[in-house]
Design a protein around this ligand. Sequence first.
Ligand code: AMP
Length: 190
Amino acid sequence: MLNIVLFGPPGAGKGTQSQNLIQKYQLVHLSTGDILRGEISHATPLGLAAKKLMDQGLLVPDEVVIGMISNKLDQNSDAKGFIFDGFPRTVAQAEALDQLLASKGDAISAMIALEVDEVELQKRLWMRGKDSGRPDDQNPEIIKKRIQEYTSKTTQVANYYQSQQKFYAVKGVGSIDEIFGNIVKVIDQL
Ligand code: AMP
């Protein structure tokens, strides 16, 4: 199986590149942010609890997102592989993901990190907020908080995969096709 963690700060282009990757490699796209927004739109108890944190730019608890991913892996047991987008965001999530995959005789193939500087990220999130309607993209303070959460809790996840020799950095600035081409180069040499 091809299991890719697509990594990077909010606004790095993970969602866009995931769409390209699922088409090319026929993978299942698992975005914890999308799953949480689905829960919110159905006003489930999980969604309502998560919304309070998401609206402040804070991470939702590890056990919530790990549970969601575990369900999705079970529901897609015949998949050729997965793109994990926005997950894992903490080392505890990364460890849990390894255990979940190992229990199915599987493993992460690679983490691909999209690298974009902070000024560009803030600009992109602000632009996205105008179109996407996402409340957490529309307030500069919340955007800042999300980038802070990424810096304090999520960047360590890159070290986790680096220590397993599974870390690959790709420049996340340029045209969508150019960035996609660089991601494909990494995957095709795995
Ligand atoms: P995203 O769409 O990936 O930017 O996620 C939007 C929001 O959902 C984040 O700011 C978090 O509040 C929450 N979220 C998404 N994925 C995770 C995760 N893996 N761990 C914790 N919180 C998450």
